[in-house]
Design a protein around this ligand. Structure first.
Ligand code: NAP
Length: 320
């Protein structure tokens, strides 16, 4: 089979499409024939070698994908050969024609969801759910700002929050992105690059502030976020690419909380529960993964440039 290999950490061009042996499932493992692989920003951090977690070299990037179970090892009961599945984590990497996964890393893909959409579920939707419900404990009737709503996690968060009866405010840096955010269910959308947008957000809450902020770029926004929170407000730091200065007094006067999160810290039971919620939402169509761009596997390097350097519009997927 063909797979992307990283032999040394570095720029996107270190990713090479190479011929390799097909994976074989051991006890409790399955091999998924990948029809689409989902790209996440963390794939680029790991590839660069700057992320705290470094896989042994060489390795194949990618946690998310969707396809068909091709073979399964002893003791596997959750899925069977021929099932349509999406992956949330893999053993061997999803930027490949086939991926070896633990049984616990594969979930049934609802019938109406395409493989490309399936590749957009694992990390983004689980992250949005974990942030909104496990970290922020957001409840119906609250106001949620999805600060960076046009990408993989943001779209998922908008859909979850809207389906749960929250008032949803989203942001995007482009007109196309803002159109998408409204289409996905946000009540209001703003441009996070426009001066004065935070005041406009405050006005939509009649000056009370937002109850929850899901923050995709904390190094740029955290200090400002603290000024538009309501009393007992919570900011969940989902993404950050550097340091930031904040005024801690802004948390004191609001009784506010700053909550970090990393999806990997969810327990096995929490992960199973999160994916049960995702599948229910996919089945009843409140969750609708959006594919922005698709490329052949051979263009993996280009997609790693794009996800960091271009404006977001849904998910980028790679097709083996
Ligand atoms: P993505 O698809 O590339 O989307 C990035 C989002 O950030 C877009 O909505 C983009 O908006 C927005 N953005 C850009 N500049 C911004 C600004 N100044 N203020 C607010 N938002 C801004 O990435 P993703 O998959 O949604 O992931 C988002 C972030 O969460 C990434 O940093 C990722 O590494 C992180 N993440 C963390 C976890 C975790 O476990 N903690 C899990 C998954 C992802 P425009 O392009 O429209 O400007």
């Amino acid at each position: 089979m063909k797979a992307i290999h990283v032999h040394e950490f570095g720029n996107p061009e270190v990713m090479k499409l190479e011929e390799t042996e097909d994976p074989k499932p051991a006890k409790g493992e399955v091999v998924v024939k990948i029809h689409a692989a989902g790209l996440n920003p963390v794939d680029t951090y790991i590839r660069s070698g700057l992320y705290p977690f470094k896989p042994p070299l060489p390795y194949t990037p990618g946690m998310d994908g969707a396809g068909i179970v091709e073979s399964s090892g002893e003791g596997v009961t959750r899925v069977k050969v021929g099932d349509r599945v999406y992956t949330a984590g893999t053993i061997s990497g999803s930027y490949a024609e086939k991926a070896l996964c633990k049984e616990s890393q594969v979930y049934h893909l609802p019938e109406k969801i395409t493989f490309k959409q399936g590749a957009a579920i694992g990390t983004p939707y689980a992250t949005a759910y974990y942030a909104l419900f496990y970290r922020a404990h957001a409840i119906p009737g609250e106001t949620v700002l999805v600060h960076g709503a046009s990408g993989g996690v943001g779209i998922a968060a908008v859909q979850f929050a809207r389906a749960s009866g929250m008032k949803v405010i989203g942001t995007s840096g482009t007109e196309k992105g803002r159109g998408l955010v409204i289409e996905q269910g946000a009540h209001h959308v703003f441009d996070h690059n426009s001066p004065g947008y935070l005041e406009e957000i405050l006005r939509t809450t009649d000056g009370k502030g937002v109850d929850v902020i899901l923050e995709m770029l904390a190094n740029v926004n955290l200090g400002k976020d603290l000024t538009i929170l309501a009393k007992n407000g919570r900011v969940v730091v989902i993404g950050s690419r550097g340091t930031v200065e904040i005024d801690p007094r802004n948390t004191m006067v609001r009784n506010a909380s700053i909550l970090g999160m990393i999806l990997m810290s969810a327990s096995e039971n929490e992960t199973f529960s999160i994916h049960s919620a995702l599948i229910a939402g996919l089945e009843n169509r409140t969750l609708r993964p959006v594919i922005g761009r698709e490329y052949p596997l051979s263009e993996a390097a280009l997609t790693h440039h794009e996800v960091i350097e271009s404006k977001a519009f849904g998910k980028i997927v790679l097709i083996p």
